[in-house]
Design a binder for this molecule. Sequence first.
Ligand code: RFL
Ligand code: PHB
Length: 391
Amino acid sequence: MKTQVAIIGAGPAGMFLAHMLRRANIDAVVLERRDRDYVEGRVRAGVLEQIAVDVMRDLDLAGRLDKEGLVHGGTNLSLDGELFHIDMEKLTGGKTVTVYGQQEVMHDLFEAAGERGVDIIWNAGDVSLHGLDGDNPVVRFVQNGEAKELQCDFVAGCDGFHGVSRPSIPTHVLKEFERVYPFGWLGLLADVPPANDELIYANHERGFALASMRSPTRSRYYIQCGLDEKVEDWSDERFWDELCLRLGPVAGAKVTRGPSFEKSIAPLRSFVSEPMRWGRLFLAGDAAHIVPPTGAKGLNLAVSDVVYLCEGLVEYYKNGSNSGIDHYSARALARVWKAERFSWWFTSITHRFPNMDGFDRRIQMAELDYIRGSENAQRVLAENYVGLPLK
Ligand code: RFL
Ligand code: PHB
């Protein structure tokens, strides 16, 4: 088998890249370890930056997004139950975010892949990368028990944090930067109307809480929890009680309770590996970096990475120029680090840290109170939240 670009992983990074290359008439094959139901079934991101929405429209993938996506011009912060609004649209000259779940995004990407002849090999086992530092890389994998080989010009490592691509870069080349947070998020999905028409990020003495949604009839809520806690210890009743407490009496009173159909705990981490290119391998999305979900940046960064990567590959194939692929890593990392900074900062002002003393708590309270009172501080938050420009 032969192709121009072998894409490892059919998550958002891999599938957006596959569609972009298809449109540019560059051959690609996507190798995915799991099946479609598994990838589409993962409950993850909920908020798309304008850039991600624009990319979906540009790829002619936004039919459902434009009908069902919930456009949010603002968001809310809450300190010990007292809510204040950030008018992102006004503060950023008209920019918004769109609530549209990652599951919906993946559904749209997979449906269109079938129609457009985007080549995906599901259940590709034992993927390994070879010859990345030469001109003819080879990807080996197992399909239906049979060993296969895919020859290619380039490999796009879009296989997430636990994939094989990043570990294929020699350790003396890779630099890794990491912060692991001493807590996780317990998330719940329920078919009940959301408490509020916009998101609420709540800092409460007992810990962080987030009120989000998937649709006017489906709510997504999160509460900060200890890393040693188990989902089984959180009955729906206990979750709703704790959520309402942390959201405070006003927002808490608007929470509609109902049976959950998904509940899971995700650890929080900041992570960047540099460079994002080695030889003929390019890393994109969670394979290269992780952000804590507080800033809602993970999926959006996967999209901006592959916009840069696709531009580089198009320059290479259409103009015979290496310039775009040579600048890919530096260009992508410049945007990645700003999203890392924002996600780390937003996490640090909204969560309860185990070793926090009275001083730390008051600094947090002062920072939130400062944001409440300063349009400039709100603009800084809003500009980052809606997404920094693609340079
Ligand atoms: P993914 O989605 O992990 O996809 C990688 C794919 O690669 C496959 N794979 C392999 N395939 C072949 N061979 C191998 N050896 C392979 N190893 C792995 C995997 O099966 C998988 O299909 O990475 P990608 O494409 O980089 O996309 C990243 C995003 O999924 C991620 O950043 C977001 O979900 C993060 N995230 C959020 N991002 C946002 O932009 N906005 C949000 O509101 C938001 N909320 C969240 C989130 C992530 C969360 N969790 C659970 C981590 C909320 C949560 C709770
Ligand atoms: C979500 O709806 O899943 C969501 C929203 C905002 C975040 C993180 C997750 O910051």
